[in-house]
Design a protein around this ligand. Structure first.
Ligand SMILES: CC(C)(COP(=O)(O)OP(=O)(O)OC[C@H]1O[C@@H](n2cnc3c(N)ncnc32)[C@H](O)[C@@H]1OP(=O)(O)O)[C@@H](O)C(=O)NCCC(=O)NCCS
Length: 206
């Protein structure tokens, strides 16, 4: 038991040193088939509090493979984003279901790049907004999405199985006619005030 723990610590340290190595290239690829599924599941199972079944993963990656991305470092999968999109009140809406970057690789913009790629595909596909839920205690995720222009649209009471509340975050894309008058963030997404849509937000969870 103890030696296993020691090994794990040593592996963590080695991984950390590799992860933090400056100048090493991160490769981003969109979901490419069944061989990517265990990589995604492994990362998400390690890092997210919510347990997902294989059917949930398959639902997302089979129906919207173009919206899921993986980040690789020296052949090892170190981050992933899993999303979907669909009709919502006569508009097309994107949804970010899972986002994870391995600890030693955090703080290098990998999550930002993964999410940005998914959002670009959503925009190009005609989505008018993107939503997701994040634990109210998840400072890292809230900071990351805040930086990308997401606003807190709603607080969902005890949303997760662990009893923690969630914020529903929302990113609204510019309408073409309003586009030139809005300030555009450096990442290319708009930042907008809440409109009447937010006040009429539905009460049920995704
Ligand atoms: C949240 C998570 C995906 C961020 O991954 P990452 O690759 O480190 O994120 P980035 O490097 O792209 O961060 C971009 C910005 O987000 C903010 N941010 C990210 N992690 C942060 C943290 N722990 N604390 C404060 N701000 C943070 C910062 O503003 C950062 O920009 P900066 O480094 O220039 O200050 C990662 O911490 C993770 O996998 N966490 C566990 C799983 C999780 O919580 N997923 C989100 C579920 S909603």
């Amino acid at each position: 038991m103890e030696s296993n723990k020691k090994n794990t610590n040593q592996e963590d340290k080695k991984e950390e040193a590799e992860g933090l190595q400056e100048g090493s290239e991160i490769e981003y690829v969109s979901y490419g088939g069944e061989h990517h599924l265990p990589l995604i599941m492994n990362l998400v199972d390690q890092e997210l509090s919510e347990p997902y079944s294989i059917f949930t993963y398959r639902y997302f990656v089979y129906l919207w493979p173009q919206l899921s991305f993986l980040a690789f470092h020296d052949g090892k999968c170190v981050g992933t984003v899993v999303c979907k999109m669909g009709e919502h009140r006569n508009t097309l809406r994107g949804y970010i279901a899972m986002l994870v970057v391995l600890k030693p690789y955090r703080g290098r913009g990998i999550a930002t790049e993964l999410v940005t790629r998914s959002i670009r595909v959503m925009m190009d596909s005609g989505c008018e907004e993107v939503t997701l839920e994040a634990e109210v205690t998840n400072k890292g995720a809230l900071a990351l999405y805040g930086r990308l222009g997401f606003i807190r649209a709603k607080r969902l009471f005890r949303y997760y199985l662990n009893g923690v509340d969630a914020f529903r975050l929302k990113l609204l894309f510019p309408r073409p006619e309003a586009h030139q008058h809005q300030s555009i963030m450096k990442l290319g997404f708009g930042t907008y005030e809440l409109g009447s849509d937010q006040q009429n937000e539905e009460t049920s969870a995704e």
